[in-house]
Ligand binder design. Structure first.
Ligand SMILES: Cc1ncc(COP(=O)(O)O)c(C=O)c1O
Length: 416
């Protein structure tokens, strides 16, 4: 959301600002993308700008799911259907249904599933749980929330012109098949790992995740595994949950979301799985602290959203979810083919809704500006996700089909 920039005025309070905010760069990536879009629109009032920038969904929520939310909302207007605060961990039926659909085959239990208002919020709360004294590794490039929340928490040093001192950046580029060289990676307490990856679209293979789990075990680290796009995976060699890797339950927790599966980016519903076996150095269960965090600063996901989530997990809802994911995957295939046909090096787009396009020797923000100027299309500059994203732009497949097709024609005109 746009917040007007205010000039510094003589203060009334004597409260010091959290100095970590001063370390953050320019602002969160997507507001900056939105600012440049507004500027372009203001300069070109007639331009029909297409957005393939931020990863927001566009298609309607499938009918079974939306009907369940409608019924839940109407129920709240009746004495019999009214409910107030629910369990902070989520409704028992939702925890059970998530387990049955996604985790029972890998040994996870409903008591390990914590339902929430989304993955981004859970990542922030996880940081609060770990505290500011832990060391952190992230993939580079990465979803910006891992780095920015680490900065805000005070886990890092200053911005050094390229990235933040004190964070271990695990470079993921085509040269290493988008998987970090773990033999060269120092030990950290926490490893944020996202697969399928935002922004590169790379899905880690079983072999790669086995290596990652072994690395975490050797170092005694905790993996925060972000599986927000897991359902986009088609490759049978790429696990849909980290818990497919034997032993992962001792070193990993996993966060996931209905946002991209069911069009819940605005409805807000997600979950985090914290296995019983995941313990701190003193043997204390991580799950108990997570339960404490969720009980203390979260008051349970919306009961309407949970009704939607439950419906999404029903047989009919789940089929609709798969249809929706397949629709976006087709968009991704169209975009991928287009750029391949234009002779670009194109990554992702097969097991993920993001296409990662290389523009060798160019700065990402320049390419972003060029595409905006010449095609009236908003993309996301790769460097906004980390230094190793320089020279790439990310294109999102979460558009209406007609917009994707229109974008393809515009790209072909400019880049043929
Ligand atoms: C990798 C990744 N994790 C988490 C999220 C946030 O999901 P939610 O909408 O559940 O907060 C996103 C959203 O774009 C994402 O790309």
């Amino acid at each position: 959301m746009r917040i007007a920039s205010l000039s510094l005025t003589k203060p009334t309070t004597k409260v010091s600002r959290n100095k970590n905010f001063g370390k953050l760069q320019a602002g969160y990536l997507f507001p900056e993308v939105a600012r440049r879009r507004r500027e372009h629109q203001a300069n070109n009032p007639d331009a029909k700008i297409l957005s393939l920038g931020i990863g927001d969904t566009t298609e309607p929520i499938p009918p079974t799911i939306v009907e369940a939310m409608r019924d839940a909302a109407i129920g709240l207007g009746t004495r019999q259907g009214y409910s107030g605060y629910g369990a902070e961990q989520g409704q028992a039926a939702v925890r059970e249904a998530i387990t049955q659909r996604l985790y029972a085959h890998v040994g996870r239990k409903p008591s390990e599933i914590f339902v929430s208002d989304g993955s981004k919020c859970d990542i922030g709360r996880l940081q609060l749980m770990f505290g500011s004294q832990v060391s952190v590794a992230v993939q580079d490039p990465a979803y910006p929330v891992y780095v920015d929340s680490s900065v805000i928490m005070g886990m890092t040093g200053e911005y050094n012109g390229q990235d933040f001192d004190g964070i271990t950046y695990m470079v993921c580029r085509p040269e290493n098949d988008f998987f970090p060289d773990l033999t060269q990676t120092p030990r950290t307490d926490i490893i944020f790992f996202c697969s399928p990856n935002n922004p590169t679209g790379a899905a880690a293979t079983r072999q790669q995740l086995t290596e990652l789990v072994a690395f975490a075990k050797k170092n005694g680290s905790i993996i925060v595994y972000d599986a927000a796009y897991a359902l986009f995976i088609s490759d049978p060699d790429c696990p849909k949950t980290i818990f497919e890797i034997p032993g992962a339950e001792e070193v990993a927790l996993e966060t996931c979301s209905f946002s991209k599966y069911a069009g819940f980016t605005g409805v807000r519903l997600g979950w985090t799985v914290v296995p019983e076996q995941l313990r701190y150095a003193d043997g204390f269960p991580v799950m108990n602290d997570w339960n404490r965090i969720m009980s203390t600063i979260f008051n349970g996901a919306s009961n309407i959203a949970q009704a939607g989530g439950l419906a999404a997990l029903s047989d009919k809802g789940w089929a609709e979810v798969h249809e929706l994911v397949a629709f976006y995957k087709e968009n991704a295939a169209i975009l991928k083919q287009t750029f391949e046909g234009l002779g670009f090096n194109v990554y992702g787009g097969k097991d993920a809704p993001y296409i990662w396009i290389q523009f060798p020797g160019r700065a990402s923000w320049d390419v972003f500006g060029e595409i905006l100027q010449n095609c009236n299309i908003v993309t996301t500059p790769g460097s906004g996700f980390g230094a190793a994203g320089e020279g790439f732009v990310r294109i999102s497949a979460f558009g209406h089909r007609e917009d994707i097709l229109e974008a393809v024609e515009r790209f072909k005109k400019v880049y043929a």
